[in-house]
Design a binder for this molecule. Structure first.
Ligand code: AMP
Length: 218
């Protein structure tokens, strides 16, 4: 199965995609995580992406599409993938559709996690991320057991530099201008599953799994 998780920054895509991918035994491709990983290693890709990420705008399509197409040719993607934070533009969506068709595959479903703008701002302002495994926490809604340490791997927690109030505002603007139109694109293709993203993490995960079970074309 090839599933896309779509939603604004702070909608919970990362948290939900990681657990759902584990449950369904699918690879998890999160483009934001891939760019952040590249930053740690100071690769050429990192240099190209950094300037855009710092401003809260999208990394150009050619760079992003190339990175994802390379990634999906890896053996662990054979049984299926959950895409998290990709595609984010119409051009990326079309490139992914074309690449999958060439392999006789297609996107089965798009899970659109819907959260109000007020809630998104609240979530992003309290967000802390594990430097090692990228697990997100919220200082009020889902704090770690030990302050400053990841429950899963013990890694150090940090606030993403693009979670500052100005950059968050810009990322939400970019989402509504460039990514939200994809809701309509996937809906017209009959693949959209809209899920209420407000409430507890477990509650939202159950809604997603139920919706995938009902809406799955397989
Ligand atoms: P995220 O972790 O998904 O919020 O992504 C963090 C940043 O990485 C974004 O603000 C963009 O600068 C960049 N990024 C992640 N995914 C994409 C994408 N599909 N297309 C372009 N830029 C992306």
């Amino acid at each position: 199965m090839y599933i896309v998780f779509l939603g604004a920054p702070g909608a919970g895509k990362g948290t939900q995609a990681a657990t759902v991918a584990g449950k369904l035994k699918l690879a998890h491709i999160a483009t934001g995580d891939m760019f952040r990983e590249a930053q740690k290693q100071e690769t050429e890709l990192a240099k190209q992406a950094r300037v855009y990420m710092e401003k809260g705008v999208l990394v150009p399509d050619d760079i992003t599409i190339k990175m994802v197409l390379e990634r999906i040719s890896a053996p662990d993607c054979e049984q299926g993938v959950i895409f998290d934070g990709f595609p984010r533009t119409l051009e990326q969506a079309k490139a992914l559709d074309e690449a999958l068709v060439k392999q006789d595959k297609m996107i089965d479903n798009v899970v659109y996690i819907k959260v109000s703008e007020a809630e998104l701002l609240e979530r992003l302002s309290g967000r802390w991320i594990c430097r090692q495994c990228q697990t997100p926490y919220h200082m009020v809604n889902s704090p770690p057991r030990t302050k400053g340490r990841c429950d899963r791997c013990g890694g150090e927690l940090y606030q993403r530099p693009d979670d500052t109030p100005e950059t968050v505002k810009e990322r939400l603007r970019v989402y509504f201008a460039e990514t939200a139109p994809l809701i309509d694109y996937h809906n017209r293709a009959g693949k959209l599953l809209e899920v209420d993203g407000e409430g507890g993490v477990d509650e939202v995960r159950e809604r997603i799994l139920e919706s995938l079970e009902k809406g799955s074309v397989k």
